[in-house]
Design a protein around this ligand. Structure first.
Ligand code: SF4
Length: 437
């Protein structure tokens, strides 16, 4: 198959613009190599000397010679982000969140990706089940790392059951190959009660720790259960006692692995600590927050950043009134942060609201899955002050649309208040509250 890639955008002042490359042009090859997809492209354009072949929309072919710094980008954006079709997953995991979504949401939310190229580019977690030997070879050859892997268990039979894919156990051998080639990886385990917890979890952590140092971290997060599980595998939510057990197990391993390898390696998601009503680990135990994209350590980081910033501020008595909406999970922590502000800024009033997730069901307590309609229904008529602050994880990056397609403007109109999106750092939270104008 011939691979041709249409240019969508050319960055201003880039090498590509200087050479006269334009939207609509077609990239045919780099240094004589046909480009299969974004993996190939990333690898081949790194060189200092390039010869690229472009076909103009009117058919003329241009051979362009380029001298540039090593790894300097050409500034080309292609019509297909991956320069190939997105690969969907071949599993039917018993805990899949997409299978638990109500009907009628936007199409893109139902797409089940499991694409190693997205793992490298965006940090997505992949199950390895639809990766060919060719994919593995390219990752090793081009050193595309880190690769983030959803292990869930290292028991091949159990993995087949959990992923509903008879090749899922065998696919674990691909992690062996990545390890042998020294490719950096991160792992995750979605824990399901009575399935891969207890002894199975102990075994999995033990086996995964053998992939150190290349497997740099593994997170354990509880399964998310919505109210739309009809016809799906019956899964139960974790209790406080369960969470304590999971954390005991994780902490035992952390201690042992830290003694032997100088890293904590295995990390519990923030949800476990809240459910178990235990103190969040101190910063050092997160090993540099390797799993932050997965939400692991988010609260500890927020609290520490907040403390560092607020302790340096002088305080005042100026009148301010503002509101913050969050999920039930983070609510107690956000209340404490708000209280710290109001102690120092005595004229400031902060209303913090915990939004119940009626859209997906009460077991979903993270702020990232709150919809516009739940916000509207639960905040209407409540004191909101001069503006309502919402965490940025309620929105897709760069967009002001909730999961249920309600826009930020629609919510602001419905509530008759200005609505601002706040980034997840402690300093941003303070700024958003204190700088009302
Ligand atoms: S890999 Fe499993 S959890 Fe992920 S999208 Fe596919 S079925 Fe869902």
């Amino acid at each position: 198959m011939k691979h041709e890639h249409i240019v969508k955008n050319v960055c201003p002042d880039s090498i590509a613009q200087e050479l006269g490359i334009e939207p609509g042009d077609c990239l045919l090859s780099v240094n004589g190599n046909e480009i299969e997809d974004v993996f190939d492209y990333h690898f081949y354009v790194n060189d200092e000397y390039l010869t690229i072949l472009i076909r103009k929309p009117y058919g003329e072919e241009w051979e362009l010679e380029i001298e540039k710094d090593y790894e300097e980008d050409l500034g080309i954006e292609f019509e297909q982000g991956l320069m190939d079709e997105y690969r969907s997953c071949r599993n039917k995991c018993m805990f899949c969140f997409i299978d638990q979504m109500p009907e009628g949401m936007r199409d893109t939310l139902y797409f089940k990706d499991d694409d190693s190229r997205l793992s490298f580019l965006q940090g997505n977690y992949i199950t390895l089940t639809n990766m060919s030997d060719h994919d593995i070879e390219r990752i090793i050859r081009f050193r595309l790392e880190p690769i983030n892997i959803s292990f869930h268990t290292t028991n091949p039979k159990l993995r087949c059951k959990m992923l509903n894919n008879r090749f899922a156990g065998e696919a674990l051998k691909k992690a062996d190959r990545l390890y042998e080639a020294g490719i950096r990886m991160n792992g995750q385990i979605v824990l399901c009660k009575g399935i891969n917890d207890g002894e199975e979890l102990t075994r999995s952590i033990g086996k995964l720790s053998c992939y150190l140092p290349y497997l740099e971290s593994v997170s354990v997060v509880p399964v998310g259960l919505t109210k739309y599980r009809e016809g799906l595998y019956s899964l139960e939510p974790f209790t406080k006692e369960d969470a304590k057990e999971v954390l005991d197990n994780i902490h035992r391993w952390q201690e042992q692995i830290y003694k032997e390898r100088g890293t904590h390696f295995i990390h519990g998601g923030d949800e476990w600590y809240i459910l178990a009503e235990e103190e969040l680990p101190e910063e050092e135990r997160y090993d540099g927050y390797l799993q932050l994209e997965n939400g692991v350590g988010m609260l500890r980081l927020l609290i520490d950043e907040f403390e560092e910033s607020i302790s340096k501020l002088p305080g005042d008595i100026k009148k301010r009134e503002v509101s913050v909406a969050t999920g039930k999970l983070a609510y107690p922590y956000i209340c404490k942060l708000a209280q710290r502000i109001t102690e120092k800024y005595t004229g400031t009033e902060v209303h913090v609201y915990a939004i119940e997730n009626n859209f997906f069901g009460e077991l979903i307590t993270v702020s990232g899955l709150i919809t516009g309609q739940d916000l509207e229904a639960q905040l209407k008529g409540r004191p909101l002050g001069k503006k309502l602050l919402l965490p940025c994880n309620m929105f897709r990056s760069g967009e002001e649309v909730f999961l249920d397609d309600m826009t930020l403007t629609q919510l602001a109109e419905a509530l008759q208040v200005r609505v601002d999106i706040v980034k997840s750092s402690g300093q941003d939270f303070i700024d958003a509250i204190l700088h009302l104008e």
